[in-house]
Ligand binder design. Structure first.
Ligand code: ADP
Length: 490
């Protein structure tokens, strides 16, 4: 157990409360398997109380109409997190296993910026759009559209980048005037519960507007996707769970935002001058936070004419990438979040080897650590796109290298996936590389190393990588309804 600043209680209807019956479960550090503390283990009834509170707040408080209040509260929450910045750093390293290096980026500081970003956006947003006068069948009318909050939002989040995803959902949903039940993943409860504590202590957020409920039981999420009182589910996680949420929500015609899995491809064109820098983004990306990111490029597509050169360049980078204790500022990669995930990664890699993949770097569970869940940064060559390792999301530090014949073939292979989340192209001829990037059916693309990630950039997937966009203006409008009003005029 540590004495790290944290919160163990649920946040329901404006109160920090224990779970029903005082139930708790262990929060485990994946780097050393130490129990860092406990978290409230909510029951179904706890979650139902949170939904009821969110519904009441939506209908009975002035949250839905008071933009000034919402912007103020988001800024208060931002300030409160800044005050506890170092605590969030330590919590995130301890419960996620995320390397310290990423705290100034997507693991903490980047998502913190979403709070003021959406406060500003709510203040300048065009809430009413005038459509002017029209001659209708019923006579002349003045028409306009009013943007309204979508209602009670269930935000269901995963463990890999909890601050990023908790804030990319709650900030725009609250800014839009929705009320929220946030359900963090069982593996990463503290980063979520801390938001409830700070909302209670430092902000004017009315009771019930934000609720945070943690549970060791994944299945509890079903209550959110089936409740008639939840208007929208905003989910990030695996495609398999996304399908279940969509199916469960069908009965109540639930509005869904889904940000799901990926199997993104990074394409190296045959005119690149420096192979090392051309493969660099993919090699570094796959070793960032153990490859536990949905938008990571996990397939490296290299022209057959330069295949061995590409494999060697990627191997050189992956072989030297520092990994180990996430507390150490130099490490890019820490542990895998839990044992089932570690075993899933290992199973996929061993099957790939049996199917003919050539293991160039790594290739198994790392054994130099006494405790914790560690996988070696791994490069597999001679992979074909029909192999499981090229088709299924792995969520581990594993890059596969696939040869292609020409640009059309590269595009075909990149698009031959049920997913369509992200990817990249590097090439010396900018127009050619851009042409290839435009043909890839994904929601984000990196061109010659460009980074698309940022508060103002919509992020999401084509195909089975999801529905809708998170972040940016699009990620705000996901949480809005549109009401058209027509007034008879003379
Ligand atoms: P993982 O397999 O890594 O846990 P998931 O996509 O299953 O990833 O989980 C992401 C989030 O979805 C977590 O908060 C998890 O508890 C939640 N979840 C899992 N199953 C369901 C479900 N059937 N309905 C709603 N939420 C779920």
């Amino acid at each position: 157990m540590t004495d790290m600043w944290h919160e163990e209680r649920l946040y329901i209807d404006g109160e920090l409360v224990d779970a029903e019956g005082g139930k708790v479960y262990d929060n485990v550090n994946p780097a050393n398997e130490e129990v860092i503390g406990v978290s409230a283990d909510a029951s179904g009834d706890d979650l139902r109380r949170a939904i009821a509170a969110a519904k009441r707040a939506f209908y009975e408080s002035d949250w839905t109409t008071n933009v000034e209040l919402r912007a103020r509260c988001l800024r208060q929450l931002h300030e409160a997190i800044q005050k506890h910045h170092d605590d969030f750093v330590e919590m995130t390293i301890a419960e996620v296993g995320a390397p310290r290096m990423l705290m100034s980026g997507p693991q903490l500081d980047a998502p913190l910026a979403y709070l003021p970003f959406y406060a500003d956006l709510a203040e300048r947003y065009e809430w009413t759009v005038d459509l002017g006068r029209a001659e209708t069948m019923a006579g002349p009318a003045h028409r306009w559209v009013e943007k309204e909050p979508a209602g009670v939002v269930a935000a269901i989040t995963p463990w890999n980048y909890p601050n990023q995803i908790n804030l990319a959902k709650t900030a725009p949903a609250l800014a839009a005037g929705c009320t929220v039940v946030l359900k963090p993943a069982p593996d990463t409860p503290w980063t979520g519960l801390a938001l409830g504590r700070l909302a209670a202590e430092y902000t004017d957020i009315p009771a019930g507007v934000l609720n945070v409920v943690t549970s060791s039981d994944k299945a509890i999420g079903e209550i959110l996707s089936t409740s008639p009182d939840v208007d929208m589910v905003s989910f990030t996680g695996s495609t398999a769970t996304g399908r279940r949420i969509m199916a469960a929500g069908a009965e109540t015609i639930k509005r869904v935002f889904l940000e799901l899995g990926g199997k993104s491809a990074h394409i190296v064109l045959d005119d690149v001058e420096d192979m090392g820098s051309a493969v660099g983004a993919a090699a570094f990306g796959v070793c960032t936070h153990g490859g536990q990111g949905c938008a990571t490029s996990t397939r490296l597509l290299v022209p057959r004419s330069r295949y061995e050169e590409g494999v060697e360049a990627a191997a050189a980078l992956i072989g030297m990438l520092p990994y180990g204790d996430p507390q150490e500022p130099g490490n890019m990669t820490g542990p895998i979040v839990n044992r089932p995930q570690l075993e899933k990664i290992d199973g996929m890699v061993q099957r790939a080897k049996e199917q003919g993949a050539r293991c160039v770097v790594g290739g198994g569970i790392a054994t130099q650590f006494e405790k914790g869940f560690w996988f070696q940064p791994t490069l597999l060559a001679d992979v074909t796109n029909d192999m499981e390792i090229a088709r299924d999301e792995i969520f581990g530090p594993v890059l596969v290298v696939i040869p292609y014949e020409d640009d059309d073939d590269a595009v075909r292979i990149a698009n031959d996936s049920i997913f369509g989340l992200s990817g990249g192209v590097t090439g010396a001829d900018r127009e050619r590389a851009l042409g290839v990037a435009r043909r890839i059916r994904t929601g984000t693309m990196s061109l010659n190393g460009g980074l698309w990630y940022g508060a103002d950039v919509p992020f999401g997937g084509y195909k089975q990588s999801g529905i809708g966009r998170e972040m940016g203006v699009a990620g705000f409008e996901e949480y809005l309804e549109q009401k058209a009003i027509a007034e008879a005029v003379s």
